[in-house]
Ligand binder design. Structure first.
Ligand SMILES: [Zn+2]
Length: 168
C-alpha cells in the first residue's frame, strides 16, 4: 500500500460528500428533500423538514441521517486507529516493505486522517450554520443538530470579548 493510496482514500470519501451536497442544494431549491428527493413535508411526518449538514431534509431522512452520522464518526475513528495500527505493525516487523522511511505512512495517516475527518465535521457544521442564517430558520430544540444552528442571542456558550480573554 503506497502513501498515495492512504492519502487518497479520505479525499475520495470527502469528494463523494461534496457531490452529495451539491445534489442536495439543487433539490432544496426545488423544495424537495435533499436526501430522498421527496417532498420536504413528508406525508405522515409530525414535524417539518430539518437542517442537516447545511441542507433541508424531510423528517424521516433526518432521523436516519442523524443515526448514520454517529456511525460514520465511529467508523472514521476506527478506520484511523486500525490503519495506524496496521501500518505501525508493518513498520515494526517488516520495515523493508515500506521502503526507506517505514514510519512515514504511519505519520501521514495519524496526521492526515483526523485532520480530514475533523475538517469535514467542521465544514458540515459551518454549512449548517450558514444555511440556517440564510433561511432564517429557528431550529427545533429537539434536534440533535441544535448546537450547530444556534441563532438565539442569549446562547450560554457564546463567547464575548471581555468575558474570558485568551492567554497570550
Ligand atoms: Zn427525505
Amino acid at each position: 500500500m503506497s502513501v498515495m493510496a492512504i492519502a487518497a482514500l479520505p479525499v475520495g470519501m470527502i469528494s463523494f460528500e461534496v457531490f452529495r451536497a451539491s445534489r442536495s442544494s439543487r433539490r432544496n431549491r426545488e423544495n424537495r428533500c435533499g436526501k430522498c428527493g421527496g417532498p420536504l413535508y413528508a406525508p405522515g411526518a409530525v414535524v417539518g423538514p430539518s437542517l442537516l449538514q447545511g441542507h433541508l431534509v424531510c423528517e424521516p431522512c433526518a432521523a436516519k441521517e442523524r443515526r448514520s452520522l454517529k456511525r460514520s464518526l465511529i467508523a472514521a475513528g476506527s478506520i484511523t486507529a486500525l490503519t495506524v495500527l496496521a501500518l505501525a505493525t508493518v513498520a515494526i516487523w517488516t520495515p523493508s516493505q515500506l521502503g526507506s522511511h517505514p514510519w512515514l505512512p504511519v505519520i501521514v495517516t495519524a496526521l492526515e486522517y483526523p485532520a480530514i475527518f475533523g475538517g469535514a465535521v467542521a465544514w458540515m457544521k459551518r454549512a449548517n450554520r450558514r444555511a440556517a442564517q440564510r433561511l432564517g430558520l429557528e431550529t427545533q430544540p429537539s434536534l440533535s443538530t441544535r448546537n450547530d444552528t444556534t441563532l438565539a442571542p442569549n446562547h450560554s456558550e457564546r463567547w464575548t470579548p471581555d468575558s474570558d480573554p485568551p492567554a497570550g
